[in-house]
Design a protein around this ligand. Structure first.
Ligand SMILES: [Zn+2]
Length: 155
């Protein structure tokens, strides 16, 4: 499983557009057809409303509104498509899958989307630096970098 070039291009453009803030979005589709859905990063609003609970702003964190996720998921289901990947960017940081990223994708240690890829794109000095893909490993109970990475085709 890998993302097609068009989707990788769209994710990259989205990451450059929101830089120096994090972008986030969802990829839906199937093996033949993939669609990137850029989402709004609501982290700045959360941080402004409750900086105690949300100490990070959009430069180092992201949150997708639950309603936006639900709308994209239900539209995909109507079309008979699956949820292929979630993506977000790391401005000025490597594309590691951070503890915050794990926390955002798990509830009581279990992943909300165990079969969905997690793509992280690193942007440094306003340029795409690297892109890595992670997936939940049921035995290790952790997100592990996927060998057939999103960047295989890209590099
Ligand atoms: Zn992250």
């Amino acid at each position: 499983m890998y993302l097609n070039n068009k989707v990788i291009e769209e994710i990259s453009l989205h990451a450059l557009k929101t830089y120096p803030e994090e972008c986030c979005g969802i990829v839906t589709g199937n093996d033949d057809r993939q669609t990137a859905h850029p989402c709004l990063n609501i982290q700045n609003s959360l941080h402004a409303e409750d900086p105690g609970r949300y100490p990070r702003d959009a430069r180092t964190a992201y949150t997708i509104d639950r309603k936006e996720i639900a709308d994209i998921v239900s539209l995909a289901k109507q079309k008979g498509e699956g949820i292929i990947a979630f993506y977000h960017s790391h401005p000025e940081h490597d594309p590691y899958f951070s503890q915050d990223d794990k926390d955002a994708q798990t509830v009581f240690g279990e992943p909300e989307w165990p079969d969905t890829f997690q793509v992280v794109v690193s942007v440094k000095a306003g340029k795409i630096h690297d892109m890595k893909c992670y997936k939940w490993d049921r035995e290790k109970k952790d997100f592990i970098q996927n060998k057939t990475s999103a960047t295989n085709e890209h590099e």
